[in-house]
Design a protein. Structure first.
Length: 137
């Protein structure tokens, strides 16, 4: 992932709102609106964020997808460990009792769980595929 896309994604993930406008992202990251535009275009294209309209407004918001981690990571143990530790540290740094802190803490817990469960899940998937192949499905 490119640096600006990673910064935008991290900003959305760590925001209390979970969804921000292009102008809000540019302001928080102190970058140009064009830089934000390219980053959100990439993130939307890989289904890591969604675009939505603010209620009663023509303003477009960008929101972190709720199931983004399952879609993005399936067999990256080292990366999952690193992200788990980073998310948990982020939660502690900004306060575990804030909305963003709770999201970051849960993200860290999810990565740790996923890493622990992933090898068994992949083994079960291989078994299922082999069984299907044997039965002709």
């Amino acid at each position: 992932m490119q640096r600006m896309a990673a910064r935008v994604f991290a900003c959305l993930l760590a925001s209390d709102e979970g969804a921000l406008s292009s102008a809000e992202l540019a302001d928080r990251l102190q970058v140009s609106p064009a830089a934000v535009s390219g980053a959100v275009r990439y993130l939307a294209g890989v289904h890591m964020v969604s675009r939505e309209r603010a209620p009663g407004s023509r303003r477009e918001l960008y929101r972190v997808q709720e199931d983004v981690w399952w879609e993005t990571f399936t067999n990256r143990d080292v990366l999952l460990s690193r992200w788990s530790a980073t998310a948990r540290a982020g939660a502690e740094a900004i306060g575990p009792d804030t909305p963003a802190g709770r999201r970051l803490k849960e993200t860290g817990e999810f990565f740790a769980f996923l890493k622990d469960e992933l090898s068994g899940l992949m083994a079960r998937w291989r078994e299922l595929r082999a069984e299907r192949a044997r039965s002709g499905d």
